[in-house]
Design a protein around this ligand. Sequence first.
Ligand code: AMP
Length: 301
Amino acid sequence: MKLLIIGSMAYDTVKTPFGERERVLGGSASYSSLAAAFFAPVALMAVVGEDFAAEDRELFRERGIDCSGLLTVPGGKTFHWQGEYGYDLNEAKTLRTDLNVLGTFDPEVPDALRDTPYLFLANLDPKAQMKVLDQVRLPRVVAADTMNYWIEHRREDLAELLPRIHILIINEAETRQLSGEYNLVKAGLKILEWGPKMLIVKRGEYGVLKITRDSVFATPAYPLDSVFDPTGAGDTFAGGFAGYLAQADDLSESTVRQAIVMGSVMASFNVEAFSLDRLKTLTKEEIGGRFRAFRELTDFS
Ligand code: AMP
């Protein structure tokens, strides 16, 4: 099944204890669509400025990603995010957010994409996320992400969005910030009361927690000996997760669990290099190998 992803496309300036990169390709839509395209046909919606490089655009086209919804604003500048990580790689410190063309993004879903059955609303202004939801007819599954920036500045819009989605995928700090609860299970149950049927909490190197009204499922993250840049790990997780679900077209407990592990596999590759560099060289064989290694990692039968 086809998956429509809307989110940010960015140039990121990132510093980690292992190096720094200036104005490299990033953004929630970039990471998630590249990850999802390993599993399902993907259409991408985002906005960029005239400074967006042709080779960056080509990266998505050559993966067969439908870019008919990628808007270029003449004379505009691409969204720029600057962040820094200390040795605790689970927490990004945002130093600068230049919304640029993202500030006035008013997404218009191309006619041919209005019946797309799977929708992933990657991290973006919740108003823009809802605008997409308004235009897609009866999507089968809607998953969404958000971040501290929107929880702080657009809480009311988020409250409107939550009843309209099935799966919310956010990180641990965002779960606490959104709910006002420290305990993650309590926080999760509170958020579920506001609409979503399922909450997926990304916990960085500690893995993932899935919370529904009547069950909790947890996986570790894949233990790596080389982590360079955690930027985009959450988006890559969500892209792998949503792509796997769209491919399976099934929301059974076992498929959702497999999708969570596949998302974790994709995220584990992404953090091995800066920007989208690792996703660019990644192969299906490597993905399959790590998925099997993940099974062994958690097998105690
Ligand atoms: P994460 O998966 O959480 O590490 O997401 C990192 C990506 O989020 C970076 O590539 C940024 O370009 C993007 N990003 C940062 N702030 C925002 C924002 N306010 N809205 C949309 N995307 C953002």
